[in-house]
Design a protein around this ligand. Structure first.
Ligand code: ZN
Length: 337
């Protein structure tokens, strides 16, 4: 049974700082906003975590951060949102009957889960935060990086404090950071795979920094110049096509086993992605305007699916569940600021 009412807490619920992701649903009763007091007169920090039930770095980072400040006043208040606790109970991104919790934040979204997002956004509008940070993990092997939906100096500064690699994207609409961007500088952190210690450590340090800063740095004030990449296309496996990542040709589409090693590399035209028994590319590439641009990026050469042009692939995942529920990955282009 799903709960579409936002649970609100005015203090840290007992047991939360040591809870496992799987226990959150019984501890909290549903998606929750936890309002934690801090130094008065300073705008709060909004932290969103667990929009995807199997992405636990946000939970772990907040547990460590709040344990660090245990018994002391926070340098600024925190609004901590904990999202898909029902999916977390079974270690999944989302449950089959659910809408993805990072697709429910657009004002015109009318799925039941959108009531939760609207309730959170209403709180943020009442007391606009200093910054909004939505913490995720990748299912595939990727470096930790930050994403923004706007390229203004303070958005780039907020992202650049976390990572030298910044991704700019404006689709899909319905993601949390896009809705928050209307209210405050907003960033999405992609913190590697869920149990990687280094991205977790970096996330905790980043949140500590955001708690004490009076102003966000602008892009120019950062220590190093970030590299900004733009998402230009989304890669999916065509519906109904069987696929694997064994590279042995067992399925209609058998991706190379080291596909994830292409992430954030400058991958050359002619690079093989998969063995494929179909006559045309069994993947579908969608441009940011929603058009089918498959032929622009891929061609079928004999029994091989190959890349047509030099490109930067990113966030490629070899998790079949992530590929089916979300996508295979993206193509990026470098931007100069
Ligand atoms: Zn996620």
């Amino acid at each position: 049974m799903q709960n579409f009412t936002l649970q609100e807490f005015d203090d840290i619920p007992t047991g939360l700082l040591s809870a496992d992701a799987g226990d959150l649903v019984s501890l909290l009763g549903g998606p929750s906003l936890i309002n934690i007091a801090g130094a008065p007169g300073r705008p709060p920090l909004f932290v969103s975590s667990m929009l995807h039930g199997d992405e636990i770095t946000g939970l772990l980072a907040m547990q460590q951060l709040l344990s660090y400040f245990s018994g002391r006043e926070l340098p600024r208040p925190i609004y901590w949102f904990i999202g898909n606790v029902a999916a977390a109970a079974s270690g999944q991104r989302r449950l089959a009957e659910q809408t993805d919790y990072n697709r429910i934040w657009a004002a015109d979204c009318d799925v039941p889960e959108a009531a939760i997002a609207r309730a959170v956004l209403q709180r943020l509008e009442e007391v606009p935060p200093f910054a909004a940070v939505d913490i995720h993990n990748n299912s595939g092997r990727n470096p930790a990086f930050a994403c923004v939906n706007r390229l203004t100096p303070e958005f780039v500064g907020l992202a650049g404090l976390f990572s030298d690699t910044i991704i700019h994207f404006t689709r899909p609409k319905g993601v949390c950071s896009l809705a928050c961007a209307e209210i405050a500088p907003s960033v999405t952190l992609e913190c590697g795979q869920p149990c990687e210690p280094e991205p977790l450590r970096r996330t905790v340090e980043y949140l500590k920094q955001l708690l004490v800063l009076d102003e966000l740095p602008t892009a120019k004030q950062l220590n190093s110049r970030p590299k900004v990449l733009e998402t230009v296309a989304t890669i999916r496996v065509k519906p109904g096509v069987s696929f694997d990542f064994a590279g042995e040709g067992g399925s209609e589409l058998s991706f190379r086993a080291d596909l994830e090693s292409l992430n954030f590399t400058e991958s050359a035209a002619g690079t093989k992605w998969a063995d494929s028994s179909s006559l045309e590319p069994a993947v579908q590439v969608e441009g940011i305007d929603g058009r089918d641009v498959t032929a622009h990026y891929f061609e079928q050469r004999g029994r091989q699916l190959v890349q047509n042009r030099d490109e930067i692939p990113a966030m490629l995942s070899s998790s079949p569940q992530a590929v089916r529920q979300d996508c295979l990955g993206y193509f990026m282009e470098a931007l100069s600021l």
